[in-house]
Design a protein around this ligand. Sequence first.
Ligand code: SAM
Length: 246
Amino acid sequence: MRMKKKRHGGERLNLLSSLVCSDIENLVENKDEIFKNSNPLRIEIGCGKGDFIREKSKVEKDYNYLAIEKISDVCVVAVEKYAQSRNLGSLAPNGGWKKSDSTIVPLGSDPVDFSGEDLGNVRFAVGDAAEMLAKLPDSSIDAIFINFCDPWDKKGYEKRRLTYISFLELYSRILTKKGKIYFKTDNRDLFDFSLEQFEKSPLDVVYSTNDLHASDMNGANIETEYERNFTAKGFKINMLIAENNK
Ligand SMILES: C[S@@+](CC[C@H](N)C(=O)[O-])C[C@H]1O[C@@H](n2cnc3c(N)ncnc32)[C@H](O)[C@@H]1O
């Protein structure tokens, strides 16, 4: 995702660091305490500006969610929009944070104190998802969402695709038995490549379509930023669901 460098992106993220997880092993280990419930944990890889996770976490609220995004200046937008959607305040005109009680926390301050407020069921992490997920314990995650990941279509770059077999083996290890992968892309070549990779993995494809919006799954579909853009340009959306049968 291309994005102009955000002014004060690092400081803005720091203000909302209650929503940002710097140690996902700790999040997984102590999730009941952190989320104040014992619901299963789901992960989105490459959340972009967070439209999908904001909506998904409201519609399927009996789960907790970790949204991972490698570009900090993209993640800050996702975190701010999420915080606003959960009535935790809004961006102040000077770039600081205006709390729900209208107190302004200026840029450069310590993180906003949200004690007593409900942070909801989503946390964010900045960094490379593959590196982070490799540290997680076996069978600890209920589902993984991969929406419009980079196709890495240049020859020789297949191993970087988030649906390459080595990634699928990693997902299989950290997913619970019968845990699910949900994968969407506009890119038919990447989708066909991915189906071949799933075939070699312990993840069984239980549903697949080359035209999600014309399928019986469309009613429950939550569109992402990229999905809206590609659909507007006339692209069909491919989607698969795979189940972990390791
Ligand atoms: C094409 S955008 C799609 C964004 C969003 N999922 C959507 O559908 O609108 C892919 C996003 O994934 C992020 N990304 C790519 N590889 C990643 C990785 N290994 N770990 C975390 N984020 C990643 C990119 O920075 C980018 O924001």
